[in-house]
Design a binder for this molecule. Structure first.
Ligand code: T4K
Length: 424
């Protein structure tokens, strides 16, 4: 598309929306998996193949559980096939039913793991400073049917654990945490994994520590741990002896081999993510209307997500316009967690007015953008990504007029674009 004015020509020099070649020939994804030492991984995988022991609490799973429990300082760490099944099992084992209070601003698995077992997720607004469930709002949502609260440590930043524990204790509710983003993070010096009745991790490929697919429940409650172990293995308490209803939540040996290899490199993963985060922060520091979500450096932290908050009025461009610009450059930034669970089915139909109670969720879901990080992104690539953003934001009016002459992309189309480009 030809640039019309001199301002546009000067200003958008080099940007793909101005007709130039994209900055990156290959897509740069959010959520590229980290892999530890590949030789150690391949050795472990070869050993698994040779041993002919592939699943059902094999030696790698046992070692992964021991090592992860030691790392977190928790009594029980029960490895599973993914985070969603781990959530479902933790919810069931903790006896939650009726209604459970959860944030809407989370990955849909948090809500689905309740709905799947016919428990109603009741969506709570977030604190706009932390992006986490707002304990002050929780109490307003408690009804006679409420049995629990699930906090989500979004982006690995801990919820207000103390306030939630206080409410749960006083109102006799079960408290669980979705810690899918928070492996390796701490709250007031205690590792996440030790709070509530239980916490649930995801080790999906896109997570800070991955086991290809995987998850876990951690708890200091011996009785609950026993039940969860039974539930994840069909209720078997020994050969031919089923003493509980259960499902199949087991982690495979190959997955545990990946987890063990990743655990050995965890300090490197943190160092890489932290450096990336600092680079983004310093490069984008002076851009009006752009804030990079911060982490508390006095806590342990995995720095897994680089999250931008775009204040359209100050920046002059919307988050979605910036996404279009980045996608044109092959930077596949994501709108996590747009549009909020309350606007996804079946919740949208069940609670058509939920947004009235969720003003901060609604605002944030329009503002947040996740950028590529992890070991797959180099410092130079980060500089280029920041340069794209700076160029686009230098003269937002010119950028917007070029964008509007390109195919206008509305939210529905963008959803489609994001899905198509990430599945390539
Ligand atoms: N609770 C929370 C708060 C969560 O964030 C999640 C998962 C869960 C619970 C449930 O845990 P799991 O059951 O998944 O263990 C992705 C992940 O699939 C999902 O695990 C994750 N949250 C969520 C935040 O991200 P999508 O729909 O964004 O996936 P997709 O296919 O678009 O991939 C994301 C990006 O990662 C893309 O840019 C491509 C890249 N990627 C992906 C895979 C699978 C790779 O580079 N390599 C890969 O192997 O959900």
């Amino acid at each position: 598309m030809p640039l019309k004015t001199q301002t546009e020509k000067g200003h958008l020099a080099g940007l793909a929306i101005g007709g130039h070649v994209p900055a990156f020939a290959e897509p740069l994804h959010v959520g590229r998996p980290s892999v530890g030492n590949q030789e150690r991984l391949m050795k472990r995988i070869r050993d698994v193949i040779e041993s002919r022991w592939f699943s059902n609490n094999g030696p790698n799973v046992q070692e992964f559980e021991r090592e992860a429990a030691r790392f977190l300082g928790v009594r029980h760490f029960i490895a599973m096939c993914n985070g969603t099944i781990a959530l479902e099992i933790a919810i069931r084992a903790a006896g939650l039913r009726g209604e459970v209070i959860v944030p809407s601003f989370t990955f849909v698995a948090t809500a689905h793991s309740l709905q799947w077992q016919e428990i109603t997720p009741v969506f709570c607004d977030i604190d706009p400073r932390t992006h986490n469930i707002d304990p002050k709002q929780v109490e307003n949502l408690i009804t006679p049917r409420t049995t629990g609260i699930i906090g989500v440590h979004l982006w690995g930043r801990p919820c207000d654990v103390e306030a939630l524990e206080e409410i749960a204790r006083r109102r006799a509710l079960g408290l669980l945490f979705d810690a899918a983003h928070a492996f390796g993070c701490s709250s007031r010096g205690t590792m996440i994994g030790n709070f509530g009745r239980a916490e649930v991790f995801s080790f999906h490929a896109t997570k800070f520590l991955n086991t290809f697919e995987g998850g876990a429940v951690s708890t200091n409650d011996d009785e609950l741990a026993g039940r969860i172990r039974l539930m994840k293995n069909f209720g078997f308490a020994g050969y031919d002896n089923v003493i509980y209803p259960g499902t199949n939540g087991k982690m495979t040996e190959i997955s545990a081999a990946m987890g063990l290899t990743g655990l050995e490199s965890i300090n490197e993963f943190v160092a890489t993510n932290r450096l990336n985060h600092e680079t983004y922060r310093s490069e984008l520091a002076d851009l009006p209307g752009i804030a990079v979500a911060e982490y508390d450096s006095s806590e342990k932290c995995n720095y897994q997500y680089v999250i931008l908050e775009v204040d359209e009025r100050a920046a002059g461009l919307t988050r979605d316009e910036l996404i279009s610009i980045l996608h044109a450059e092959n930077v596949l930034a994501r709108r996590y967690f747009f549009p909020g669970c309350h606007r996804m089915e079946p919740y949208r139909s069940h609670f058509p007015n939920a947004h009235l109670m969720l003003p901060h969720t609604t605002t944030l879901a329009r503002r947040v953008l996740a950028l590529p990080t992890g070991s797959a992104v180099s410092a130079r690539q980060i500089s280029v990504i920041c340069r794209i953003l700076k160029t686009a934001l230098k003269n937002p009016t010119a950028t917007r007029s070029v964008l509007s002459r390109n195919q206008p992309v509305d939210s529905e189309q963008l959803e489609c674009l994001v899905t198509t480009s990430t599945s390539l």
